[in-house]
Ligand binder design. Structure first.
Ligand code: HEC
Length: 191
């Protein structure tokens, strides 16, 4: 039993690190990671402080308005496309993954189920001539307030009002809520 488990864990590690190593040579990976850090480093503290100071219903605005606005701002500033996607989107219009994103998200979910921590789950590669990078967003304690199994009735009602087709509840700690998806600016076609 133990041995089989170890083999699975090892296979998971290898599968995660192998593509990452191959991509280390791409300088755009570092740029993508910096953008992810800026995004998460801004949204997460804002979410936590708003929940503490004004309660969870008020904080819905952070994930609903501020996070997409920041993604747009980063896109404008840098020329990268920055968005959020999920296999179970809350915002069905904005967060629908394309085929490449779906494939990575499914891999991330499988790895997370094997115990690989969400922050380690990322993947970058050139797809159809453009560099793309996806970073998993794992469910932490604060996320359960709006994405967990049991929501405060006022939170549940507010979410139902704005997102009648919401699919983004019922998550457990450590599961993959979605990902930040980045596409590098198109390179100038050289001579
Ligand atoms: C206060 C409520 C609230 C909290 C707490 C919260 N979210 Fe959200 N989340 C939302 C709402 C509302 C949306 C829909 C955003 C939109 O309309 O684009 C959303 C959307 C998302 C999306 C975009 C994909 C989708 O389903 O539309 C991701 C990814 C996400 N949340 C991850 C997280 C993570 C990770 C945490 C914890 C760090 C978290 N959220 C905490 C309310 C919340």
């Amino acid at each position: 039993m133990k041995r089989a488990h170890l083999a699975t864990a090892l296979a998971a590690c290898l599968a995660v690190t192998a593509p990452a190593l191959a991509d280390d040579t791409d300088p755009r990976q570092a740029e993508a990671r910096t953008l992810v850090k800026r995004f998460v480093g801004t949204v997460k503290p804002l979410l936590t402080s708003t929940i503490q100071e004004q309660g969870p219903v008020a904080a819905i605005e952070i994930c609903a308005e501020q996070a997409p606005a920041l993604a747009d701002q980063l896109s404008e500033e840098t020329g990268w496309s920055v968005r959020r996607v999920s296999l179970k989107p809350r915002n069905a219009e904005r967060a629908q993954p394309d085929a490449w994103e779906r494939e990575q998200l499914e891999r991330f979910a499988a790895r997370a189920a094997e115990g690989v921590p969400g922050p380690m789950l990322n993947h970058g590669e050139v797809v159809d001539g453009r560099y793309r990078y996806l970073q998993a967003q794992p469910v932490g304690g604060v996320c359960l307030v709006c994405h967990g199994e049991t929501l405060d009735p006022a939170v549940a009602e507010a979410i139902r009002t704005y997102y009648p087709d919401d699919r983004a509840t019922g998550y457990q700690l450590g599961e993959i809520r979605g990902a930040i998806t980045l596409t590098a600016p198109a390179e100038d076609a050289g001579p």
